[in-house]
Design a protein around this ligand. Structure first.
Ligand SMILES: [Ca+2]
Length: 105
């Protein structure tokens, strides 16, 4: 059992950002909202969070139609806010997974 990697034995909590937690009152969940709830997710016993697509997108398919894998859609926040989220997660001992849509095929 101890030879297994964290992703082989861990509990992964998947987050759909749009409906998870809005932090700025626009009605759309965002990265600061996720960051604000990481302690709660840790308390549930999760080892990692898996965040559904947060990349820039024309949103014809609610973010799964990714336009750029190297940035954050403004409705969810900024790259700086994403880095803050990752840093906060790591301080809590949480791993962070991002959705790579071609894996869905
Ligand atoms: Ca928002």
């Amino acid at each position: 059992m101890s030879e297994l990697k964290w992703w082989q034995r861990g509990v992964i909590y998947q987050i759909y950002p749009r409906s998870f937690q809005d932090s700025n009152g626009d009605g759309i969940g965002d990265l600061p909202g996720i960051a604000a709830r990481l302690g709660y997710i840790t308390a549930l016993g999760a080892d990692a969070v898996w965040i559904s697509p947060i990349y820039p997108s024309p949103m014809a398919d609610f973010g799964y139609d990714v336009a750029n894998y190297c940035d954050i859609d403004p409705m969810f926040g900024t790259l700086a806010e994403f880095q803050q989220l990752v840093d906060h997660a790591h301080r809590l001992g949480l791993e962070v997974l991002l959705d790579f849509v071609p894996n869905h095929t």
